[in-house]
Ligand binder design. Sequence first.
Ligand code: ATP
Ligand code: MG
Ligand code: MG
Length: 550
Amino acid sequence: LMNYRPNFINHIIDKDLKSKKYTDVRTRFPPEPNGYLHIGHAKAICLNFGIAQYYHGQCNLRIDDTNPEKEHKEYVEGIKYDIQWLGFMWHGDVHYSSDYIEELYNYAIKLIKKGLAYVDELSIDEIKKYRGTLTRSGKNSPCRSRSIKENLIYFSKMRNGEFLEGKACLRAKINMASSSMVMRDPVLYRIKYTPHHRIGKNWCIYPTYDFSHCISDAIEGITHSLCTLEFQENRILYNWILNNIDINTHPAQYEFSRLNLKYIITSKRKLSILVTKNIVDGWDDPRMPTISGLRRRGYTARSIREFCHRIGISKQESQIELSLLESCIRADLNKHAPRLMAVINPMKIVINNLPVGYEEKIEMPNHPNNSDMGVRHVIFSQEIFIDRFDFCEMLNNNKCYKLTLGQEIRLRYAYVIKAESVKKDKNGNIICIYCSYDPFTLHKNPVDGRKISGVIHWVSAARNISAEFRLYDKLFIHPNPSVASNLISNINPKSLIISQGVVEENIIHSYSSGPYQIEREGYFILDHHYSKKSYLVFNRTVTLKESKNH
Ligand code: ATP
Ligand code: MG
Ligand code: MG
């Protein structure tokens, strides 16, 4: 059982079960295959699959594919993969709205025969104009008074490809003066000649979301159809359609608030702009809020489920802080990620009082608090690398613990060293630091009781693997990029910083691509696209601590 927190929807379901309205619970997750799933979808997935698990019911996966222009098989495969990766499995076979296309067509005929639908030849713009506004009632289309017989003929002409795209559509005949805009003769079918990823050119008329969704729910025997709040107004139409087609099940729609995350876009349409304009490196770019991007970045499924658990489900619209998502992955990786040493900005250290070519194996725990994760051996040698930013020729702030001339510092899990002198190039840049080491300080304090403040990480200069470190930051500078007038101008120019460094040799014997905690630097995972045995590329999942400048 998932870590599932009961919410207002559970109260509704509990009542339905108690009153015997239903004996079992069936939900569905209905993505459109027009892009890869994102963190917002994870919320809907945890809710729908979580409810099914909680009540020992079932959750269907329905690929909602009635928009052939934007839909691709690639996205269907991505959706299936991501749901399973998140730790969920749908009931039985995958369902497709396009499976029901014949059945949906017959229900449309039924509405026509009841005098409840008509073929309209107004253009999309005219339909919009005729629909009126909230304060002004709509106007009937001249086609609205067509006879049932005429409508049946025209609808079959639509199906037979006798109209051009946009030249005819099927509309429900409800009420052009309704106080609810969705009830002003909504469009039920439109013409589309683009071949469909599954059914090819068999059809050229496709049902709209409003027509297909409720009927698909009913066909599958869904009991509780959960969607986001923007469909609240459509609920009245959902029920109108089901009430008028004589179908024997009538699911109920309930709405919850969608996930909005600060600095993050959760719209497949907008995310696809970033992909097609090559602003990111595909749908799974580690900066993308897609499930595949988060995975490539090093997020675990467990941390994403934990995040969904923490935000909960309600009808309250809100903007969640990015730091909440980050704290979920940090907590998870702090517990589970093995430790590793790497230097992202290498600076060479030569230890004067060691012989040239000296090497020593030092044992280190893979996790400081979990001995079950074992130990590894790291080579300490006469020449090592430390991070350039861990050295400062002269310290003006004695609170920051850096290596500095004449001072001592501890090398993590190894010895205490003291900086003696530096070598500079002709521009005055330090290229090497000469140190001495205290041979009696391995895993213990200096015998004379000297206090050593500061511990820095290091990697042997003789035994290491070169690696590239990709340091990510927010993709957008605007906290609400969706409302920003221009998406592209809000791209953070520092969303990716690449640094060349070194990592301890053990990485090549490891079976895991991570994520690892690179001591003092953050959590990192090997990038599965760009890493080669001879050249490793690490993605930074998240820093060790929340940065102060958020
Ligand atoms: P997008 O704008 O990204 O295309 P969508 O709602 O059109 O979103 P669908 O593929 O139709 O995408 O969504 C499948 C399900 O996921 C729907 O039930 C939808 O309500 C839910 N969903 C999508 N985005 C979010 C979100 N940000 N928070 C919660 N649920 C979401
Ligand atoms: Mg949708
Ligand atoms: Mg959409």
